[in-house]
Design a protein around this ligand. Sequence first.
Ligand SMILES: *Cc1c(COP(=O)(O)O)cnc(C)c1O
Length: 374
Amino acid sequence: MITPRIEIDLDKIRYNTRYLVERLNLRDITVTGVTKAVCGHPAVAKAMLDGGAINLADSRVQNILRMRKAGIACSMAMIRSPMLSQLDAIVQNSDTSFNTEISTVTGLAAAARKSNELHNIVLMVEMGDMREGIMPKDLKSFALRVIKIPGLTLTGIGTNFACLGGIPPDIDIMNKFSSLVREVETACGLAFTTVSGGNSASLTWALGNRENGCVNNLRLGEAILLGVDPVCGTQISGLHTDAFTLVAEVIETKIKTDVVQLKFINTNLKDPSSLVHGTGSVARSILAIGLQDTDIGGLKLPEGVTSFGATSDHMIVCKSHAHLQVGQEVKFQMNYSAVMQAMSAPDIVKTILGAPSLKTLVPTNSNRPRLALL
Ligand SMILES: *Cc1c(COP(=O)(O)O)cnc(C)c1O
């Protein structure tokens, strides 16, 4: 088999999606599958739809384009505020975008009218993460302007937590979000289709004891892909945490003693502790993977394996008891940042495990207008 590779278990991704969808549906919340960490990999996107995600979202138009080219026709949203330089591609390939700037919204409307597309707008409101969002006091007047612009439909309000600030939402802030949404709905005379209450960090709130606000959607990436709560990194009970496995190959194994005698070492060395010592009788092995491929610090080492560090193309490890042989494969579980980097690394082969997609087209429960494709 080709190495290095990332093995993606679609059955586990499908299972994780279904598990979250079923629990959230009981609370009248739908799930949008977020595909950015896998660069819009079509097989993963389809597994999310198979698991019951009502639609998909990504932060990059190239990823959306990749899924469209693979024939995925469901409703798709751009969840990063559009760049003015990409408005045509956005209205042609995603039917919804999340926005915070009036000049961008106006530009989207012009692009939508020009290419005869329907385009939906979700406005993001700042609720404390201090990343993207319209300030709450400005939301109503912003929404009132948007609904007057021909070529667009204002379909919802969204918010985001814990991405920059790392703080998950509590009941108070979610109640504030809901009342803000209701206020805007009243002012606009609309009932929004989408009230999106955040990402995987909002799951603790959504599945906990709480009042029924008007949130009817969450946008989930990490919880589906890795089965963990992004805030604390712990497993969400019931979910698979091992849908992604990185496989690297051993290219050198040697016993290395200190070649340089310590007494000869340049005394000007600023940090003598940075010297990498030999490991006595324990063999050190080099894996053909490095910082250019993934977040090495985000790999979970197999039982008995210790890491000595990594450079651009090499990772140095040792294994207790049995030496690793040249040509042998070593497998790692991965965190979000390791998955994200490995999925975008050109030299890492993406290998799909598990049953292929059960359905390839639009989920039947999508209530969004269909998009005229490409
Ligand atoms: C990345 C992202 C998500 C998904 O976040 P996860 O923590 O992976 O669930 C949702 N919304 C926005 C705006 C995002 O950028």
